[in-house]
Design a protein around this ligand. Sequence first.
Ligand code: CA
Length: 607
Amino acid sequence: MYKLYVILIFLLFSINLQAQQYVDGEIIVKLKNSPHTPQAQNFLGKVSQKGMAMKGSWAGMKLYHFALQNKSVEQAIQELSADPEVEYAEPNYILTKAQTDSTTVEEFTLEELYAQSGGESLTTTDAPINSKTSDVSSYSGSSNVIVAVIDTGLDTSHRVFTESEAIWKNSDEVPGNGIDDDNNGYVDDVNGWNYVTQSSYVYDDDNHGTHVSGIVLSTAVDIFETPVPVSPIKIMPLKFLDGDGKGSTANAIKAIYYAVQNGADVLNNSWGGSSYSLSLHEAVSFAYNQGVAFVAAAGNSSNNNDSAPMYPASLDVPNVVSVAATTSQDSLASFSNYGYNTVVLGSPGLYIRSTIAGGNYGYMSGTSMAAPFVAGLAALMKLNQPSMLSYQIKDIIKSEADYSSYLAGKVFTEGRVNINNTVQAAKFASVESSQPSYSISEGMRSLDSAEAQQGGCGLVSQVYNDFQKQKNNKSSRALNSMILMGLLLLPAVILLVRRMKAPVSRRRYERYEIDSSVKLKVGEQELVGQVSCISLGGAQVNTDALLENGGVVSMSISSPDGKDVIEVKGKVVWSAEKKAYGVQFAETNSQTLNSITQWTRGLSKSS
Ligand code: CA
């Protein structure tokens, strides 16, 4: 039996390994110590002996991008994970644009577009979105706001961007003098940066970035008007996707840090991949901690992101607004990913009319096109409330979405973005001066409760995500320790394998009816109660005491026979009458998961 387990674990991990797509001969490494410490210096002094050459660094974050000489990514990661100075090492995963129709885009001139519409006025989308640029552009706050479009670049000579004066200018940089005037590490970065060619020339050899940028702009000004009015939204083009719409995680991270450090208020990310990257996660949480909004395309695989995550869209960082694509009927576009726990809302993403490289216009579809409407909206909110932080921006976007029965159960808000209502709500909101702190070690285990709220036993997807994380992160640790962990988690892993075979629509762990006693500790207060339902991700707790939504509780849950006890911390994510509370487990170790799996064997499943 033991052998069988080992084979099973190997099989599981090797399947996962094959599914990963990353840049050959490159890795991303995080060190434990700051660059100037003897430990880091010692490590960095020996990289060539280790067969590595530095390609880039984010020294402040202790992160490094290395090229490998004569060794495989797997080999390098295995070696480095045994190095005491290495916090983690991971592959440089490949990321792709989230556009469906990536064949040649048909080009139209403005005249042709008007002829098509019979002379009627033009909009980027015919789908409902409640956007009237005349309303939203009457802003009262700051004079402009910056949206970084992290994408395939931008046709900076397109009349829509020149007439609207929409291209961000780095005023601290003198164009073309060959000097890094503002000392930000980039020479002549006047209008953004091209990470594909490592130059200041941010041309778009794909159309995607130019199309996305036009959509962002269209939330503030009429991009079909002649001339296009001056836009309060400025686009900071950061090219990391090449002409095929592919890019690397290392370059995505560089672009995110650049955007945040150079003043972007909102980041639009119409791209992603299925492999979890801790370094990308850290970059997104850096943006959150700086108050910057992060809008991401949910992806175009018709997948449920709750069970098959897409990154960065599925990261649980509280500034991430994951966007699905909707149709003119407010239903989910057939290609669009969805996810009740992980996708925030829908936005039009079918046949969107916008700018393409070369000066013309074209139609594109994808969650790539849905996200920039929301990024533009976030920018309009910042325009009216310059000090509003990303957490509140996301909160208001969520609360103002228009309900659509088609989106029920598909996205968290069960709604489609409503631009005007959201901007109005932001205008009159009292701005919160701080937002909840987020760090990955805690955050991965205790995500935003409101977003994760659901019935029954409460949130369970997090445990799944943790599994995904452990699976995907395996390369960052010694294989041996992974096998050990795999064995420790075996019952749950088997459960997971079973779940993976289940229909895609399944998004939760099984919940079991249980009758267990629980001791609760809330602050200094000790309480007693019953657990009536349990899963690997949470429990329903019945107690006479009043528990606060969002509050943290420490629980000692007894097994039904009273012989075993698990200690687990959790967060109250919902409450109902009759003193029933949903508690999402914040920290679960393999022992806890094992115990729950054993306890629930043979119990009835809860509906
Ligand atoms: Ca510079």
